[in-house]
Design a protein around this ligand. Structure first.
Ligand code: MG
Length: 314
């Protein structure tokens, strides 16, 4: 029996649930948060973030989500999945870093930023308070980001919900959208700093290198020179930490704009609170408004409709 286990990034369980919603089965085993059954493969999602694919079709189904895989326990490529080995003294080099935000949030855009921090600006950027953005709250992000934007050569791309939903309905995966945005942001920064070149480009890894380049194989200009991938790249170079802060700032600004449209602050993430908020928007403002501010294919849409229908039938 084929058996493949993927470890998913927490925010991406939503994608799996959405994808297999039609094949959902009830499984009350401990730690199981979602289960689905296809003719030749059973899919089980655990609260630990691990997803097991069992059966003849395991390879085929797991490969759909490989872009999200951090480790594949049956696969020797484990070492690869944490990314490239970085050169010594990497944190002291001149680097363009790139990162994205919003991929796991039902409401709001995907934002991608690329930032160039040359070696002689590392100290200045550090003094601005840049560190791993996961250690910074939204208030700190709002304070630091404008200084970074004014100080560093960067590119910032916001993929709003209407465009996102359009691309998604035409069959583009989130992985492909992200790869296209990263490539575009990196291209912009390289053009801005030309003829200067960074020592390296570091992408906060969301896909294996091969998958990433497959996604962008039809792009006119593909950035390949000195590109490295690493998970937790924010900790490897301040340029990625800076990119992460700018991307999160852009996400917050767009969430402010969308919150103004609906008339109350939108919830981040994809939790049950989000389902309830989405149901409220359906009820008060209708489906078109909800669609224009949300990632429509997420499981939250179906859950919100169910809440809405239960309410309406009472
Ligand atoms: Mg990232």
């Amino acid at each position: 029996m084929n058996n493949i286990v993927l470890k998913l990034l927490p925010q991406q369980l939503n994608e799996i649930e959405t994808y297999y919603l039609k094949h959902k089965v009830e499984r009350n085993a401990p730690g199981v948060v979602f289960a689905a059954k296809l003719p030749d493969v059973a899919i089980t999602v655990y609260s630990s973030g691990k997803v097991m694919f069992q059966g003849l079709g395991a390879q085929r189904e797991a490969s759909r989500f490989n872009e999200f895989a951090l480790t594949d326990e049956n696969n020797q490529q484990n070492i690869n999945s944490i990314g490239d080995t970085l050169p010594e003294n990497f944190s002291k080099l001149s680097v363009i870093g790139s990162d994205e935000t919003g991929t796991g949030d039902y409401f709001g855009p995907i934002t991608v930023a690329a930032v160039y921090v040359p070696n002689d600006k590392i100290e200045l950027v550090t003094e601005l308070g840049v560190k791993d953005s996961k250690q910074l709250n939204d208030q700190a992000i709002r304070e630091i980001a404008p200084h970074l934007i004014a100080t560093c050569v960067h590119s910032l791309l916001t993929l709003r919900n209407d465009k996102y939903n359009d691309l998604q309905s035409r069959g583009l995966t989130q992985g492909k959208m992200k790869a296209m945005l990263h490539n575009q942001a990196l291209k912009h920064v390289l053009h801005k700093i030309s003829p200067e070149k960074p020592d390296y480009i570091l992408i906060d890894q969301f896909a294996e290198r091969d998958t990433y380049y497959q996604y962008i194989q039809n792009e006119k200009e593909i950035i390949r020179e000195n590109v490295l991938f690493s998970t937790k790249a924010e900790q490897q170079h301040i340029a990625v930490a800076a990119a992460s802060i700018i991307a999160r700032y852009a996400f917050l600004i767009e969430m402010d704009r969308l919150s103004d449209i609906v008339g109350f602050p939108l919830q981040k993430g994809a939790s049950h609170l989000v389902d309830e908020m989405a149901a409220k928007i359906l009820l008060q403002q209708g489906e078109n408004v909800l669609r224009s501010i949300a990632k429509w294919h997420f499981a939250n849409t179906k859950k919100a409709k169910r809440i809405f229908e239960n309410f309406a039938s009472r």
